[in-house]
Design a protein around this ligand. Structure first.
Ligand SMILES: Nc1ncnc2c1ncn2[C@@H]1O[C@H](COP(=O)(O)OP(=O)(O)OP(=O)(O)O)[C@@H](O)[C@H]1O
Ligand SMILES: [Mg+2]
Length: 287
């Protein structure tokens, strides 16, 4: 097979050039990192599970009208997505206090918030992804008001939908992080798509009965059992057979390989919604 061009080697994924212009391949690695890269480990199987879970969630979101970058699953570690110009913001939606919010405002972890809270962080590793306000975002041009409004509206809908989806498998969606990207149409119109991934790497998921953490906090807090917890999430979502696909760090490749057909069956017509028909015709790709 011809060597593919690597575009970006991230902490959790490697991005390769896709088969057609405007597409890229996300390769999900087994690497786990925390504290802005200070802490690192390789946890066999994590990438396979996140690829599966993210593909499934993106497909579900797409089916309820959220435009996403997801195109199709390629194999157990890779998915084909649309290349977008990533908005340099991380959008965090919180339903209960945890992580930096619990610490910063001294709120007991797990406290249900009076209403969901949306926060923005600047995607800038050197600065440690600092919290920023709407005013910063507009003043420095990281996004314009129309884009921010669209991102917020999508985030609220995603939160409602995913809170229900996870509650249905006895998990509390405590908080999660989203990334969005811009795509420019032939007329210069702008589309905002949900990009990156949605997986237990960037969602906090607690068992509703026991409050057991089923997400990357298992790694951040040295609780162990991260892959087992991610498997449990995938199993409850019905994405992998009971008993899982990873045993003692070994992946059952036969079972894992057949799983991408699940989402590909759901490959369907995409309807993109432009939010600014007067946007300048720039950016990486046309549809
Ligand atoms: N559809 C897309 N088009 C272009 N880039 C994307 C798309 N989806 C995700 N990305 C970017 O690809 C990278 C994914 O790799 P990974 O999540 O491992 O990065 P990371 O180490 O977290 O780095 P970063 O701080 O840039 O997010 C991220 O930079 C993400 O913003
Ligand atoms: Mg990332």
């Amino acid at each position: 097979m011809a060597r593919r061009k690597m575009l970006y080697d991230g902490k959790a994924k490697t991005i390769f050039e896709g088969p057609e212009p405007g597409t890229i391949i996300q390769y999900f690695k087994d690497d786990a990192s925390a504290d802005n890269g200070a802490k690192h480990a390789v946890l066999p199987g994590k990438g396979v599970l996140n690829n599966r879970i993210s593909a499934y969630i993106m497909t579900r979101l797409e089916s309820m009208g959220i435009p996403t970058h997801f195109l199709k699953s390629i194999n157990m570690r890779e998915q084909l997505v649309r290349e977008v110009e990533v908005v340099p913001l991380e959008v965090v939606i919180r339903n209960a206090a945890a992580g930096s919010l619990a610490k910063r405002l001294n709120i007991k972890e797990g406290t249900i918030l009076p209403r969901p809270i949306v926060e923005f962080y600047l995607k800038n590793k050197e600065l440690g992804n600092p919290l920023v306000t709407e005013d910063h975002i507009f003043a420095f041009g990281w996004a314009d008001p129309l884009e921010l409004e669209e991102m917020m509206a999508m985030s609220w809908r995603i939160n409602d939908y995913l809170s229900g989806l996870f509650a249905g498998i006895n998990l509390r969606l405590v908080d999660f992080k989203l990334e969005f990207g811009r795509l420019y149409g032939d007329m210069g119109e702008l589309y905002l798509l949900l990009a990156d991934e949605i997986s237990p790497d960037n969602c906090r998921l607690w068992d509703l009965d026991t409050n057991e953490k089923m997400d990357k906090d298992r790694f951040r807090e040295d609780l162990g059992g991260l892959v087992e917890a991610y498997q449990q999430v995938a199993e409850r979502l019905g994405l992998i057979p009971k008993g899982g696909i990873i045993e003692g760090g070994n992946i059952n490749e036969q079972i894992a390989a057949g799983l991408d057909e699940i989402e590909n069956e759901l490959s369907r017509q995409r309807r993109l919604r432009g939010i600014n028909r007067n946007a300048p015709n720039k950016g990486p790709r046309k549809i």
